[in-house]
Design a protein around this ligand. Structure first.
Ligand code: HEC
Length: 245
């Protein structure tokens, strides 16, 4: 019978290396969830993360503008008070004229936004240095653009595939039934691919936001399961049928 390597065959140094990798990736994963929360929460104008926020992120609110969506969501905390926010929302509602922009809106942006939203900051975000640039953001919100989705897709596919591969390789050393092992190493990749496909579908069909969330949750579950099983088996599990090592 072919013998496959198990955690019990590893040296302590190798177990330490694997453990530190898994723990670091695990912490990274928690931060990824926090990042997800901070980028998407409040897009629908309500605090906290909801399915609607995910719909707005990919499909857009279609009755909101990019500027309106931003100041109701992630950019709200940059404004000094609710009055300033209302002033901008009213301006958009009234047709975003240049006159009112110069008189009321530009001063708010100059005081609260241009430290980041300018050429000087070097950030790849809209620059608020002219009426023309700002007014572009008052057109209807149709969610993430295709170039933006393509950019995030390739980063996700490359980056996460590497993480899943290394975590999966370590997990293969655990002592569990082969059918379960085969399932658990395969599904995170499938959910990753489906997750990314569902972003594009959500852009067209907002109800697909549920699939985005379900895919993300299932990928997290399979990934977390591998991580915890590996750490447990590496240090605490003893296979009774094997001689003591
Ligand atoms: C501390 C830096 C910072 C400040 C201050 C700031 N922003 Fe932003 N803003 C960002 C970053 C970074 C992004 C991109 C992040 C993202 O897309 O979630 C962004 C994104 C945006 C977007 C989204 C653009 C898009 O692609 O749809 C809008 C609109 C916006 N900000 C408006 C504002 C307004 C209005 C203010 C002032 C009240 C403001 N921001 C203040 C950093 C800042």
């Amino acid at each position: 019978m072919a013998m496959f390597k198990r955690f019990s065959d590893l040296s302590t140094s190798e177990k330490l290396l694997d453990s530190m990798f898994l723990i670091t990736i695990g912490i990274g994963y928690l931060f990824a969830i926090l990042n997800l929360y901070y980028t998407h929460q409040g897009r629908d104008g309500e605090p906290g993360l909801s399915v609607k926020d995910v719909m707005y992120a990919y499909h857009g609110s279609h009755n909101q503008t990019r500027l309106g969506a931003a100041i109701n969501g992630p950019m709200e905390s940059n404004l000094p008070n609710k009055a300033a926010k209302q002033e901008i929302l009213d301006w958009i509602q009234h047709g975003a004229t240049e006159e009112e922009f110069n008189e009321k809106i530009n001063p708010i942006l100059q005081n609260n936004c241009v430290m980041c939203h300018s050429t000087d900051s070097g950030l790849p975000i809209p620059h608020f240095d002219s009426y023309a640039n700002v007014v572009k953001l008052t057109e209807m919100d149709t969610g993430a653009t295709i170039p933006a989705l393509v950019r995030v897709s390739h980063i996700h596919l490359f980056g996460i595939a590497f993480i899943l591969f290394f975590v999966g390789r370590i997990f293969l050393l655990s002592d569990i039934p082969p059918w379960l092992k085969r399932t658990v190493v395969t599904i995170p990749f499938l959910f990753l691919i489906m997750d990314i496909a569902s972003w594009y579908i959500t852009k067209i069909i907002p109800g697909f936001a549920y699939v985005v969330i379900a895919n993300g949750a299932l990928m997290g579950l399979a990934f977390g399961g591998q991580l915890l099983t590996s750490l447990y088996q590496m240090w605490f599990y003893k296979n009774k049928s094997l001689p003591e090592k």
